[in-house]
Design a protein around this ligand. Structure first.
Ligand code: HEC
Length: 147
C-alpha cells in the first residue's frame, strides 16, 4: 500500500465512517441490542450514506420540494403524516396519529407496510437494527434550523 493510500485509510478509520467501524460497533452491541443502546452508538454520517436509498423518493434539504414521498426535514419529533405541509398523505398514514418518536421511527423504517397497512411508501424496510439507528441519528441531525 502506498503512503497516500495508507494515510487515506487511517483518515477513514479515524473519521469512523469505514465499514470496519460498523463491524466494531455491531460487535460491541452484541445480539439483540435495545433501541437506546443502538442510538447511543449511532453514527449520523453512516446514516447519511444510508439515506441514499431514501433519496429516490425523499428530499431532506431546507425548503426542498416533495417527490414521490414528502420532504423529510425535521422529521424527528414532528407529527406523523405532518412532516411536509404540502404533501398529500394516505389515509393509512394519517390514521397512525402521534409523533415521530425514536420508537415509532424505528418500527416504521423496519417495515412501513406493517406499521401503516396501505401506505404509499413502497419500500421493503431496513432490516439491520444498527442501520436504522444510524438513519435516525441522521434524521435528528437534519432538523429544522440546522444547515
Ligand atoms: C419508493 C419511494 C420511497 C422510498 C424509497 C422511501 N420512502 Fe419514505 N415515504 C414514501 C411515501 C410515498 C411516503 C408517504 C406515505 C403515505 O402517505 O402513506 C413516505 C413517508 C415517509 C415518512 C413519513 C413522513 C411524515 O410526514 O410522517 C418517513 C419518516 C419516511 N418516509 C422515511 C423514509 C426513509 C428514512 C427512507 C429510506 C430508508 C424512505 N422513507 C424510503 C416513499 C418512499
Amino acid at each position: 500500500m502506498s503512503r497516500r493510500r495508507l494515510a487515506l485509510a487511517a483518515v477513514a478509520l479515524l473519521a469512523g465512517c469505514g465499514d470496519s467501524d460498523v463491524a466494531t460497533r455491531r460487535e460491541a452491541l452484541g445480539a439483540d441490542p435495545t433501541l437506546a443502546a443502538r442510538l447511543a452508538v449511532a453514527d449520523a454520517r453512516h446514516g447519511a450514506r444510508l439515506f441514499r436509498q431514501c433519496a429516490a423518493c425523499h428530499t431532506i434539504g431546507v425548503g426542498a420540494g416533495d417527490r414521490d414521498g414528502p420532504n423529510l426535514r425535521g422529521a424527528m419529533g414532528a407529527p406523523v403524516a405532518g412532516v411536509s405541509a404540502r404533501f398529500g398523505y394516505t389515509a393509512a398514514l394519517r390514521a397512525h396519529g402521534g409523533r415521530w418518536t425514536d420508537e415509532a421511527m424505528d418500527d416504521w423504517l423496519a417495515d412501513p407496510a406493517a406499521v401503516a397497512p396501505g401506505t404509499a411508501m413502497r419500500f421493503r424496510g431496513v432490516r439491520d437494527p444498527l442501520d436504522r439507528a444510524d438513519l435516525i441519528a441522521y434524521l435528528y441531525q437534519q432538523r429544522v434550523g440546522a444547515r
